[in-house]
Design a protein around this ligand. Structure first.
Ligand code: PMP
Length: 776
């Protein structure tokens, strides 16, 4: 039978601690299922008093196991036992109901149970796996007469135990799920059981027993609790049990499992045949947990802790029942030795922690499990294990990763000369002329800079010099750069996490988003109507007695969510701004250089010519180079006598590389490629959207496309977007999310992206959406 919890209050615990251990302390009850644990705090430090229905021999076994684990080379600390005043390990305790128990004391281990910590930092699961593997290795070959106790938790008895209690599950739907799962797992085990290794395992590496140092995000595996289930069992049960709990309530349970087991496998290598049944053993463990909880709950209806795991376990079991388990096994085998070697994985974990130590904390990493990309070629990126990813999101390597012409141009110039702009230089003038040839005639002066931010920063100075004004109109959710002045022009930042709100000199006009905004796709005059809001901002500035410097907008707002502007919008907005003496800036940092397909520059699709164009990202194919192009009139206003000097801006190496990029776009006819491939992609995506209401809007021009993810009710669904991006990554396709609500999947590949790539992307998105929708 299943013993009930001992019946003893904190008062009793305090008196036991004092009389048997000489500890003067306070006591509070800790949550637990079978044993009764108290947190003791006193002069001598913090301890745990454990009161249990166990004989001395069992406690002796636990204590010996703790000693064994404590010597491990890993970083999981365990709480060693403290002897009583008369040098015993435990003492007898009579509970309030007259029952007799045994009590013992272990040292408190610092840290927070993973279950109570915040979101998991990248790499944490892998680290926990490695640490649990090390702990298990410490138990390898350990001999103790107390082992082989026939515990309920020994998965070798799992089927028997679960079938024995399954009838006590009250809900019939849940009971059916458990029966079906047990039947399936039974079939697998029948044929696989023979060859499984048997050894000593901790047996309960669940998320309440694994401790982490930091809680937000959860990171730094630091402690292991509760050796009460230590036993001889199948060795593979160790990672399987831990994985079962780590998958609970995970957005991507299988991804989490792979990450954890891959880490485990580095320190306690698992044979392939055992990896293949890991998921089935995890399912078995979840069934045992649900069944035993149902039985215990029948005995102790008020102990809610008994079934804390039941709800999440049932949800996970339901998910795993439908999941592609053979596909998962494939991935798991791969992760544990297939494409990345253990040494490489260990390297990556180390790299991650070194990065965290050496680099700024708010430099983000993509994906729940960060990628270690080591090489790029054309439309592909390759990770350290050699796996290829189709790059659908990097617009900086505009003409393809490491395009040979661009690399050669940079290398050659680097071997020849690199200086500042104070000398005549053929390559600089050549490049400026080539850049001007792609732009309208009225834009005929080039300034060379090193980044998009620097381009916009200079554009602000030019506009203020030309207009004499001070205030700005920007679009909602816009991003224009990382400098102090540009963050103030970027609602995406100042209204986003960590932002401190708007500034007096900046007015925000409505983002002309026809999917979510005031005027929809059906409104023929949406362009003029949205531009009215620019007029409103200008009036606001005038009414406050201030003057307009200008208007800055991306020609297809990116951080706003890849929003295609309605026809006539920029024409009307520019008119309003110019009639008030303001300067108009087109931020082409993301969308310029031929990405929209039909034109070199996205503002051209709106039939307008700005006063200033800013260019960045794609211009150097990854090399940091940017440009500001304006009219002679604006340039004259800025030529006030103060020299414009920029040490690196316009250096010959940057110019040579940027010139090569423009040449490749021309020679390889990449604008036409972007147009044709983009159209095909939009067509395929719109077909997907036609089949699922969860793709709320598909919009874009050329190879700059956004998919809005929505709930069944049409609300923004950032979780869906994120799951799809993770699902695509697992299928070898790189994407990311954006938009003020983070509900937009953005697509902006190198413009060498081919029609076949578009088809592949659509089919991967189809599968990733189906999977993500079935999860939500
Ligand atoms: N403008 C826009 C529209 C951008 O998207 C960015 C960068 N994401 C910038 C400016 C700033 O460019 P950089 O990061 O090169 O400084």
């Amino acid at each position: 039978g299943i013993p009930r919890r001992p019946c003893l209050g904190p008062e009793g615990a305090i008196s036991v601690a004092l009389s048997h251990w000489g500890l003067e302390c306070t006591a509070t009850v800790l949550p637990g299922d079978r044993d009764l644990n108290f947190h003791l705090i006193g002069e001598e430090g913090a301890f745990v008093l454990k009161v249990m229905d166990a004989c001395e021999a069992e406690i002796e076994l636990s204590a010996a196991a703790l000693e064994r684990l404590a010597g491990s080379s890993g970083s999981l600390e365990v709480g060693l036992p403290l002897a009583t005043l008369d040098a015993q390990l435990s003492c007898k305790v009579i509970a309030l109901d007259g029952r007799s128990h045994r009590a013992w004391v272990v040292r408190w281990v610092e840290g927070v149970p993973l279950a109570h910590a915040g979101p998991r930092a990248p790499g944490l699961l892998c680290e926990l796996g490695q640490e649990l593997g090390k702990a298990r290795m410490r138990l390898e070959g350990w001999v103790h007469e107390g082992l082989d106790r026939g515990l309920n938790w020994d998965l070798r008895r799992g089927l028997e135990v679960a079938w024995g209690h399954e009838s006590q599950i009250e809900n019939s739907r849940d009971r059916r799920l458990i029966r079906e799962t047990l039947a399936g797992v039974g079939l697998v085990l029948e044929s696989r059981m023979e060859g499984l290794r048997v050894g000593v395992i901790h047996g309960d590496g669940n998320d309440h027993n694994l401790l982490v140092k930091d809680t937000f995000p959860a990171s730094g595996a630091c402690g292991l609790l509760d050796v009460g289930d230590i036993d001889r069992s199948w060795v593979i049960a160790e990672p399987a049990i831990a994985a079962a709990y780590l998958m609970l309530d995970e957005d991507d349970p299988l991804g989490a499992c792979v990450e954890f087991v891959a880490g485990y496998n580095q320190t306690d290598p698992i044979p392939d045949e055992e990896l293949e049944i890991l998921l089935d053993l995890a399912r078995l463990r979840l069934c045992v947990s649900v069944c035993v909880a149902a039985a215990q709950r029948a005995l102790e209806p008020d102990n809610e802790y008994l079934s804390v795991t039941t709800g999440p376990a049932l949800r996970l079991l339901r998910f795993l029942q439908r999941a592609d388990r053979s596909g998962f096994n494939h991935t798991l085998l791969d992760a544990c030795g297939g494409h990345a070697s253990s040494a490489e994985l260990a390297n990556e974990t180390a790299l991650l922690s070194r990065r965290k130590r050496a680099l700024a904390p708010n430099l983000s990493l993509s994906y729940s499990k960060p990628l270690n990309i080591v090489r790029g070629e054309g439309r592909y990126l390759f990770d350290s294990g050699g796996a290829a990813y189709l790059d659908c999101v990097n617009n900086v390597p505009h003409v393809g990763h490491c395009h040979p012409d661009v690399v050669a141009a940079g290398a050659a110039q680097m071997g020849e000369l690199n200086t500042n702009t104070r000398y005549l230089s053929d390559v600089r003038v050549r490049f400026a002329e080539r850049l001007l040839s792609t732009l309208p005639d009225s834009l005929d002066v080039v300034y060379l800079v090193n980044s998009g931010s620097e381009a916009n920063e200079l554009a602000m100075r030019l506009a203020r010099a030309h207009s004499g004004g001070s205030d700005w109109v920007v679009l909602g959710a816009a991003y224009h750069g990382n400098t102090a002045a540009l963050v103030e022009l970027s609602p995406y930042k100042f209204n986003g996490p960590g932002g401190s709100g708007g500034s007096k000199h900046v007015s925000v006009a409505a983002l002309p988003d026809r999917y979510r905004g005031e005027w929809g796709y059906e409104e023929a005059n949406a362009g003029e109507l949205y531009a009215e809001d620019v007029l409103r901002c200008i009036r606001e500035i005038k009414d406050a007695g201030k003057t307009l410097a200008g208007f800055i907008a991306e020609s297809i707002p990116g951080c706003g969510g890849q929003v295609v502007l309605p026809n006539g919008y920029l024409a009307a907005a520019y008119d309003h701004v110019r009639s008030e003496g303001g300067v108009v800036i087109a931020d082409e940092v993301q969308v310029g250089c031929g990405r929209v397909g039909t034109h070199w520059w996205a503002f051209e699709t709106q039939g307008v010519t700005p006063d200033i164009v800013t260019i960045g990202k794609p211009l150097g194919n990854g090399h940091p180079v940017g440009a500001v192009v304006t009219s002679a009139a604006v340039a004259r206003s800025f030529d006030s006598g103060m020299e414009y000097f920029n040490t690196f801006g316009g250096n010959p190496v940057s110019c040579a590389m940027a010139e090569a990029v423009l040449k490749v776009v021309e020679e390889e006819d990449l604008r036409e490629n972007a147009r044709i491939t983009g159209e095909r992609l939009l067509y395929g995506l719109r077909e997907l959207a036609g089949r699922s209401p969860r793709l709320g809007d598909v919009r874009g021009l050329g190879l700059y496309i956004g998919i809005v993810c929505v709930t069944a009710d049409g609300d923004a669904d950032p979780r869906l977007a994120e799951r799809v991006v993770e699902g695509a990554r697992r299928r070898g396709v790189l994407l990311s999310t954006d938009g003020p609500l983070h509900d937009v999947i953005k697509i902006k590949p190198p413009i060498v992206f081919l029609p076949d790539d578009a088809d592949h992307l659509v089919s991967v998105l189809d599968r990733a959406f189906n999977e993500a929708i079935s999860l939500s």
